[in-house]
Write a protein that binds this ligand. Structure first.
Ligand code: FAD
Length: 452
């Protein structure tokens, strides 16, 4: 074998890093990589998850783009594995496949009322404000008071975007309809609820501190949540992140609550119990049980039930991967079962030629940087596993374009992405904005294909 023909499914950071790492890896064979992406634009959650007011993180796109722009990876956008291309197709034209399909949907939260009108998944809201083409363009922002359930960075993103004045988001790349929706929002109070204590949060210190910098938004924390026990004090003393997080809370506790028109409340030791409907059948309040430390690093219920009036609830309790046709799936964890990136069959035996990386391999936790180390591990096994690769009937590069064309798949390529990128930047220019995203899928494909 002189050349490995590799398919990678998913052009988020995990897929792009995997391709880059393989191309730079010491090996005894040539490599030719095709990257299949279901969306007409690459970069996965960096484009469609990271918040628009985090330009420094969005800037990781520049590094990912440099990898694609080298031109040694073919990208097929608007090609969905399972619909436009199947496992049998891949086995016919490639020696191996890496799945890097990430996660786009919300994990469930099993409490009564969670499916009421006015109760939403954070992932859906994120997809809306980041202009994901497969999500509705309209978002009902009618609530004055909102509950956000979760104590991770996604909960902070959602709470921040809800509480922030739309004009302060205008310099970012938010789509026009998102600006209009947020501008009309009557919100005054955003309540964030976490089951555990302030030293047990999953927030990044930077993201937390940022909340205190929002214009015309007061931060509200409650003294009763800061009666630290030994475990909390030990966490502050031994963990740098928790130390900084505690400093941020302390500052807010010392500040006089001002006269801002919006407030962001952080509630700890609050276990979600129920989303309660009003007479109109829509969300009217959120009930929770006060918890306390159990002395073993967790929390236990106190039996004290509280309630806050809200007209909308957002659950930010994690993302969840989606199953892929013909590929084993762990329904409990929402990942492809694997050993260090080598996909496992039901009997736990390694499935030849099939690999996974990124959030679909590891679960939806960790920052973009983690997908790089993750990809290294997967690529090491791919390189070492040469003996178990598939034996494709037709590994030629043309065979894949011919196959997609024969099926009438309107795929986009790197030139197409450049055309769309240039178009979005030009849309933003007259308004002094970095870009304005095109959101409609057909329009994205049309612009891309006219430039390729
Ligand atoms: C709301 C939110 C905010 C975040 N903010 C930050 C942050 O500020 N900083 C940070 O470091 N990290 C952040 N992260 C984490 C970061 O986004 C992830 O670590 C990273 O994107 C995971 O990479 P991935 O490539 O595994 O998955 P993804 O980024 O999800 O990419 C997967 C790609 O696969 C494609 N795909 C899926 N199924 C198919 C299919 N069947 N066929 C073809 N293509 C398919 C998808 O369209 C997508 O493009 C955030 C995550 C979320 C959810």
């Amino acid at each position: 074998m002189t050349k490995l023909r590799l398919a990678i499914v998913g052009a988020g950071p995990a897929g792009i890093y995997a391709a880059d790492i393989l191309l730079k890896h010491e090996r005894s064979f040539d490599v030719s990589i095709d990257l299949f992406e279901g969306l007409p634009a690459p970069y996965g959650l960096v484009r469609y998850g990271v918040a628009p007011d985090h330009p420094r993180i969005k800037g990781i796109i520049t590094a990912l783009r440099e990898v694609l722009d080298r031109g040694d990876i073919r990208i097929f956008g608007n090609v969905q594995y399972g619909r436009d291309i199947t496992l049998a197709d891949l086995q016919q034209h490639y020696h191996a496949v890496i799945f890097a399909t990430g996660a786009v949907r919300d994990a469930d939260l099993d409490i009564p009322g969670i499916d009421l009108p006015g109760s939403y998944g954070a992932a859906d809201f994120v997809s809306w404000y980041d202009g994901h083409p497969d999500f509705p363009r309209e978002w009902p922002l009618e609530a004055q008071s909102v509950a956000v359930i979760g104590n991770g960075n996604v909960a902070l993103d959602v709470a921040r975007v809800l509480a922030k004045h739309a004009d302060d988001l205008l310099p970012t790349e938010i789509p026009a309809n998102v600006y209009a929706g947020l501008k009309a929002s009557p919100v005054t109070d955003v309540h964030v609820f976490g089951r555990r204590g302030p030293t047990q949060v999953k927030f990044s210190p930077l993201e937390l501190r940022e909340l205190g910098e929002l214009r015309d938004v007061d931060m509200i924390v409650h003294d009763e949540d800061f009666d630290y026990d030994d475990a909390a004090r030990a966490a502050i003393a031994s963990n740098k992140q928790i130390f900084v997080i505690d400093k941020v809370f302390t500052k807010w506790r010392e500040e006089e609550s001002g006269s801002a028109s919006r407030r962001l409340h952080l509630h700890f030791y609050a276990k979600p119990l129920e989303v309660v409907a009003g007479p109109d059948g829509r969300v009217a309040s959120f009930r929770y049980e006060r918890t306390r430390p159990d002395g073993a690093g967790g929390v236990e219920g106190t039996g004290e039930i509280r309630s806050v009036d809200v007209q909308a609830v957002y659950r930010a309790v994690g993302y969840f991967g989606s199953p892929l046709d013909g590929i084993p799936f762990d329904e409990r964890r929402g990942v492809i079962p694997n050993h260090e990136g080598q996909v496992l069959a039901e009997d736990n035996e390694i499935l030849p030629g099939v690999y996974a990386t990124g959030w679909i391999k590891r679960g939806p936790v960790g920052l973009i940087g983690h997908t790089k180390s993750d990809a290294m591990e997967t690529i090491q096994h791919l390189v070492n596993g040469q003996a178990s690769w598939w034996t494709p009937e037709d590994p030629s590069e043309e065979s894949v374009t011919e196959l997609l064309e024969s099926r009438g798949v309107a795929y986009t390529n790197l030139d197409g992405w450049h055309a769309l990128d240039t178009h979005e930047i030009a849309l933003g220019e007259p308004e002094g904005r970095a870009r304005i995203k095109v959101v409609d899928r057909d329009e994205m494909v049309e612009i891309s294909r006219s430039g390729q």
